[in-house]
Design a protein around this ligand. Structure first.
Ligand SMILES: [Zn+2]
Length: 341
């Protein structure tokens, strides 16, 4: 126990001790600083590992009722962003199955307005207002000309439900029942939390009606072709991309010759040989097929036989990595592109 005041001798001893203590403190500080630097470097590496784009194929099919392939929808998760591209049949249910954070799912980008790309919108929009998402801000929607009409029409069609919810919840929370629709054009669409979305026009149903998307985050990139015929614009945006998700339409030569309807349908899509050329020119780290349209001369071919034949045609002229997409297949785009499931 120390009693104050203290003697001179004691005082000089304390001064000496103080110097020793300062030395210890400085040494401890240096060590702490080194540890903090090491820890920050570690975190930097961790953050770099976190800075990946996860791509989940929610639906890989067409308008055809095929329990094995829901109609087209793709989910992109990057950092804080959860972005859906097209909302085909069962898109919301597939998003739930994928394990994505549905609380963050309030942004939908449409490639075009064919029914198989928009039929799932009411579920994503309306269910997103309820548990577990509890969206309290307008549902954001981007798409080609007609997207505002689509949003207004859906809002009107579901007016009964929307009216009840607004009455129940009122105030700011009720805003979650509304749409915030924006018409896209070739070029910049959206940027937030380091995630950038660019649209590029493609040929499918006429001018200004169909788009592909490029998604960039942390130096990584993904391109979704959307529905399109062979299009140089896809090549322009997909050159050197990490992951290229491309649609494909395939019917055997005799089906194209014998059935005009099949030939017409195929004229709106990219043929396997053409996709092989796109992959060869763009050289993605990984190419994946989604929105797989296969016909025989009798009509839609929902068996896997046609798909395998389609892949054979692609492989005749493209020997790079290519995957036939399946519903809920997921990919991680980091330094490399990994198929997760
Ligand atoms: Zn279409």
């Amino acid at each position: 126990m120390k009693v104050f005041p203290i003697s001179v001798k004691e005082s000089s001893l304390i001064q000496h001790n103080k110097e020793i203590n300062m030395e210890y403190i400085m040494r401890a500080l240096k060590i702490s600083l080194i540890l903090v630097v090491i820890a920050l470097q570690g975190m930097g590496e961790l953050m770099a590992q976190d800075g990946v784009i996860k791509v989940t194929l929610l639906g890989t099919g067409t308008p055809q009722l095929n329990p094995a392939r829901m109609s087209y929808s793709t989910l992109i998760e990057a950092g804080d962003e959860v972005l859906m591209f097209d909302a085909g049949r069962a898109a919301m249910l597939q998003a739930k199955k994928s394990g994505a954070n549905l609380k963050k799912l309030n942004k939908l980008f449409l490639t075009h307005l064919h029914s198989d790309h928009v039929i799932g919108i009411p579920d994503v929009w309306l269910t997103g207002f309820l548990a577990p998402a509890f969206r309290a801000t307008p549902f954001q929607l981007w798409g080609p000309a007609g997207v505002k009409n689509l949003a207004a029409g859906l809002r009107q069609a579901y007016d009964f439900d929307v009216g009840i919810r607004i009455k129940q919840y009122g105030g700011k929370r009720a805003e979650g029942m509304e749409f915030d629709a924006t018409q896209i054009h070739d070029g910049y669409v959206y940027e937030s939390n380091g995630v950038k979305v660019t649209a590029f026009e493609v040929h499918h149903t006429g001018p200004n009606s169909a788009y592909g998307y490029k998604i960039e985050y942390n130096g990584r990139s993904v391109v979704l072709s959307g529905d399109t015929t062979y299009d140089e614009n896809v090549i322009k945006y997909a050159k050197g991309v990490d992951l290229l998700v491309h649609q494909v339409g395939y019917a055997p030569e005799e089906a194209l010759a014998k059935n005009q309807v099949v030939a017409r349908i195929m004229s709106h899509h990219t043929q396997p040989k053409q996709v092989a050329k796109i992959f060869t020119v763009t050289q993605p780290k990984l190419a994946v097929f989604s929105h797989i349209v296969v016909f025989t001369e009798k009509g839609p071919d929902l068996s896997s036989d046609g798909e395998e034949k389609m892949m054979e045609v692609v492989r005749q002229t493209y020997d790079g990595p290519v995957v036939l997409g399946q519903d809920l297949m997921a990919f991680e785009v980091g330094d490399t592109v990994t198929q997760l499931q």
